[in-house]
Design a protein around this ligand. Structure first.
Ligand SMILES: Nc1ncnc2c1ncn2[C@@H]1O[C@H](COP(=O)(O)OP(=O)(O)OP(=O)(O)O)[C@@H](O)[C@H]1O
Length: 258
């Protein structure tokens, strides 16, 4: 991991009418680091992820991204086209619902190939070869390459979304409850797969989850949110084994009791 953060945010504040979804939040993520944002429903996790990835503008605060050439840019000041380019190239976004990250009317191979083409790939044979390889990597039978996502189970759709997102080797991947809508047995295998891929590719990941076990498995570092504020942060094992904040203690105890 290098010394300069890949993404750095400070003073993020956002209100929805009377609800303060983010209250002076700061975060940084370094290359190759997996950071999980945990907290109960409504604590502001998804809002934070949307602000950090440029999908939502904060009322106050800045989000700075450092490009591979070392240039740092405020992502909320860079304009739509530049932000879209980042999402197509350096960044990936894995949604809780695969329908939000896949094109449901396009074949499995097309879903993967399309993302490669958006970064400049043109040769049909090599795009199809890469799509085949990625289907294999996410444990989908490559014989299904021409099938539509809706012919896949929920777990397969999620794996396809992950293949589509990772095929271009993004540097930073945002994941919003990636195992959220799935059966427990499917969740466990998917978490293992995500862990393997993230380690293989050396990805930086910002993961939002209310699943403490998922955070423990995947994340180097944790941020605990409550009512739009970060109440505690630190290395995953330290936060979970020796929580300092009362709210984190409750959160950890409730998982142990479940
Ligand atoms: N579009 C919106 N309009 C109004 N209020 C919203 C909107 N989106 C979120 N909120 C509110 O902002 C707060 C933070 O919501 P957010 O979705 O970020 O929390 P979360 O921690 O991701 O919750 P969950 O785990 O349930 O997704 C909540 O009180 C929520 O009701």
């Amino acid at each position: 991991m290098s010394n300069a953060p890949l993404l750095e945010a400070s003073g993020l504040t956002l209100r929805y009418g009377p609800v303060t979804a983010l209250d002076d939040v700061g975060i940084e993520i370094f290359p190759g680091e997996v950071v999980a944002i945990v907290g109960e429903s409504g604590s502001g996790k998804s809002t934070l992820l949307r602000v950090l990835s440029g999908l939502l503008k904060p009322e106050a605060g800045t989000v700075t991204y450092r490009a591979p050439d070392g240039e740092a840019a405020d992502i909320h000041a860079m304009g739509e086209a530049a932000l879209r380019r980042l999402h197509r190239t350096d960044w990936g976004f894995v949604h809780q619902n695969p329908r939000d990250g896949l094109r449901m009317g396009v074949s499995a191979g097309g879903n993967i190939g399309e993302r490669l083409m958006a970064t400049g790939a043109r040769h049909y044979g090599s795009i199809r070869e890469a799509a085949t390889e990625w289907l294999r990597r996410v444990e989908i039978d490559p014989a299904r390459i021409d099938m539509l996502p809706r012919q896949f189970s929920g777990g397969m759709q999620q794996r396809l979304q992950i293949a589509r997102t990772l095929v271009t080797h993004p540097r930073l991947v945002f994941m919003d409850e990636p195992t959220g809508g799935l059966d427990v047995s499917v969740q466990a295998r998917l978490l293992d797969l995500i862990r393997e891929l993230v380690a293989d590719l050396g990805l930086a990941v910002l993961l939002v989850t209310h699943d403490i076990a998922a955070a423990r498995l995947l994340a180097h570092r944790l941020l605990v949110m409550r009512h739009g504020r970060v109440v505690e942060q630190g290395l995953t094992d330290r936060v979970l084994d020796d929580p300092q904040h009362e709210y984190t203690q409750l959160l950890v105890a409730s998982v142990l009791a479940a």
